[in-house]
Design a protein around this ligand. Structure first.
Ligand code: FMN
Ligand code: SF4
Ligand code: SF4
Length: 249
């Protein structure tokens, strides 16, 4: 069984690649309710592919993992995509699964294209392609058993709760703005994984004070109308489609 949670498509692309090899159920966490019971075949491996979020997982995914049940999982393999450095992401997911009485996950880090354009710009298309090709090479190594799992050191593990606590502070929706270029298509509201956006008078309105801050709305907006304060203005928007092609605008 392969579960994935993805905002701009990197993790979905990796999940689809995994699925070509392992088949079985391929489940987008965004299509699931908050709590699901999964019955795996006896000893089946549970794969989770998701993005690194301040050295952990996003709020939506964490809540889903905490509330859901996973029966008969033999082994758990987590592939965390990131923009540059996984930090203590492995420590965060280990804690989550161990607290549920599930096996300790084997965690792999895959450096892909960063989508956290609040802090830094998305790299240019040539760099994106290189990063994607490198990530696919590492994925092949993982599948062939030739890739070492990721293990953060003790200092990084001690720092992880401090770094991940910054996520909580960063989830506020008040800095979101919408430019006059908005075409009122409603895509942002429709695709938000936590239903934080409502269309009001043809324009998106953030009805929740906090969201997952996954930046899906910002990167997917066809009119580049969504910004997060001034930090994302004039920065690239990024998407990785299901065939692994990257798109920048
Ligand atoms: C809220 C948020 C926090 C992030 N934190 C980190 C981080 O701590 N380290 C890192 O290398 N990348 C970080 N990233 C970048 C993503 O992990 C990376 O771009 C990932 O591959 C995106 O996957 P997706 O396309 O499946 O959403 C963050 C992205 C978001 C939206
Ligand atoms: S996705 Fe962009 S263009 Fe469409 S409604 Fe949202 S802000 Fe407007
Ligand atoms: S409002 Fe945008 S950034 Fe926040 S969870 Fe929804 S899609 Fe993600």
């Amino acid at each position: 069984m392969i579960l994935y949670y993805s905002s701009t498509g990197n993790s979905r692309h990796i999940a689809l690649k995994l699925h070509e090899v392992f088949h079985g159920d391929l489940i987008d966490v965004c299509d699931c309710g908050e709590r699901v019971s999964f019955n795996l075949e006896d000893g089946e491996t549970l794969f989770l592919v998701t993005f690194n979020c301040f050295w952990g997982v996003s709020n939506r995914l964490e809540a889903f993992l905490r509330k859901s049940e996973f029966r008969n999982a033999g082994k758990i393999v987590v592939i965390m995509t990131c923009g540059g450095y996984l930090g203590g992401g492995d420590a965060s997911v280990e804690k989550l699964f161990l607290e549920k009485g599930l096996p300790k996950p084997t965690v792999y880090s895959l450096v892909m294209v960063t989508n956290y354009s609040i802090l830094h710009d998305v790299p240019p298309p040539d760099d994106q392609k290189k990063k994607l090709m490198h990530a696919e090479r590492i994925l092949r190594n993982i599948l062939q058993g030739a890739q070492k799992p990721y293990h953060s050191g003790w200092l990084i593990r001690r720092l992880t709760p401090v770094v991940h606590a910054q996520y909580e502070k960063s989830r506020v929706t008040s800095p979101f703005t919408v430019d006059s270029t908005c075409t009122h298509c409603g895509l942002c509201a429709k695709n938000c994984p936590v239903h934080a956006i409502e269309m009001k008078g043809g324009k998106p309105f953030w009805k929740l004070p906090k969201c997952d801050i996954c930046l899906r709305c910002l990167h997917h907006c066809p009119a580049k109308a969504i910004n997060y304060g001034d930090s994302t203005r004039n920065r690239l928007r990024y998407l990785c489609d299901s065939s692994g092609e990257t798109h920048t605008s």
